[in-house]
Write a protein that binds this ligand. Structure first.
Ligand SMILES: Nc1ncnc2c1ncn2[C@@H]1O[C@H](COP(=O)(O)OP(=O)(O)OP(=O)(O)O)[C@@H](O)[C@H]1O
Ligand SMILES: [Mg+2]
Length: 352
């Protein structure tokens, strides 16, 4: 059985509104790092709080390490669930030194064990030299590592983190993604991280759970999620994409669209009449005599690449929507010029 399991978990805050979380099924393996990713209000925090025991599901079952912590008959209180929680604002006690903050969750331990364990986790997060300082004397990233050390100290079954990176500026955020993942891996702990930022989710997790309006849209490893989004919502929420309507060819290897024929990465299992395609902008490569061509309407510099908005003409018809194509930064592309490109089938996906 999975280490953490949610079965058909639903949460209504009000009888008249749609549920905040709707029939959620999720299985998490021991040692796995999972992120819940989705737009504001999609039910991420509510899901996390139900796992922690701060919120009661309306229906469903939750188990952690083979123990049912919630079902329709009983609910284990949060302190008995073996959960380590890292809050968005870190929630460190300002009047306590760093080591006291870390020892706080270890009430039941003897003083010597407490100190030993606190030193151990401070070392794990690389802050052993800061033990006697106070939270206000640390940077944002350091405070976050203290919060993580405090959560890890009692050796919880699982660490839950709600928007752990949202208070950090861009540079520190990138470093902390790396640090937090390293620390969680070294501690060999299972973790569930909530974020609305795709880059956070992709950088830290083994698997990403994309949610929308309380419903899981897809569960997949980052690369698979990006290359094979299941539906239009995931394709658009996780990165940018071009969505096209089409009809499948008889050999089930390509799709006829208004921009022409687009090849699929592999032969599709059944022939479908009306389909939707997601083509990633990186999947379109400028080429001298490419299969597709169109007029550049807009160029935006994205830093690592240029984003071209290209209106295609095929069968002497102009497409309704321009396509987004990424071009290398060293290439000069003028607005109004005609470009031609090919499409990499590996970045084409059929979506629902
Ligand atoms: N205590 C509450 N009482 C009533 N409604 C609530 C309560 N908590 C959350 N909700 C509602 O449940 C839905 C899901 O909220 P939740 O906080 O889980 O979203 P979220 O995905 O964490 O969003 P964000 O990214 O903005 O933090 C929202 O519509 C929210 O208004
Ligand atoms: Mg939230």
């Amino acid at each position: 059985m999975s280490f953490i399991q949610l079965k058909n978990v639903t949460k209504f805050f009000s009888k008249t509104l749609k549920p905040a979380v709707d029939s959620l099924d999720l299985s998490i393996n021991k040692g796995e790092i999972i992120t819940l990713l989705g737009p504001s209000g999609c039910g991420k925090t509510t899901t996390l709080r139900m796992i922690a025991g701060f919120e009661q599901p309306s229906t469903g079952e939750i188990s952690i390490d083979d123990q049912q912590v919630f079902n329709d008959r009983h609910s284990l209180p949060p302190e008995k669930r073996g959960i380590g929680m890292v809050f968005q604002d870190y929630a460190l006690f300002p009047h306590m030194s760093i080591i006291k903050n870390v020892m706080f969750g270890l009430n039941k331990w003897g003083m010597r064990e407490k100190k030993k364990r606190a030193k151990e986790v401070l070392e794990l997060v690389g802050l052993e030299e800061y033990a006697t300082r106070y939270p206000t004397e640390l940077s944002g990233g350091q405070q976050q590592r203290v919060a993580l050390a405090r959560a890890l100290a009692p050796k919880p079954h699982v660490v839950l983190m709600d928007e752990p990176f949202s208070n950090l500026d861009a540079g520190l955020r990138e470093k902390m993604r790396f640090d937090v993942t390293n620390i969680l891996r070294k501690a060999n702990t299972t973790a569930i991280i909530v974020t609305h930022d795709q880059k956070d989710a992709f950088a830290v997790s083994d698997r990403v759970v994309v949610m929308n309006e309380g419903v899981i849209q897809q569960i997949a490893a980052p690369k698979e999620m990006y290359r094979c989004p299941k539906n239009c919502f995931v394709a658009q929420f996780v990165g940018k994409t071009n969505l096209l309507d089409g009809t499948m060819d008889n050999d089930q290897r390509s799709i006829h669209t208004h921009i022409g024929k687009v090849d699929l990465p592999e032969q599709w299992k059944e022939r479908l009449e009306n389909v939707k395609l997601s083509i990633r902008p990186e999947g379109c490569r400028l080429a001298k005599e490419g299969q597709y061509c169109g007029k550049v309407e807009r160029v935006t510099y994205g830093g690592e690449y240029q984003e071209l908005y290209v209106r295609l003409h095929s069968d002497h018809m102009l497409s309704k929507e321009p396509m987004i194509i990424y071009a290398p930064i060293e290439q000069d592309v003028e607005v109004g010029s005609i470009v031609s490109f090919d499409i990499t089938p590996e970045l084409v996906a059929l979506v629902e």
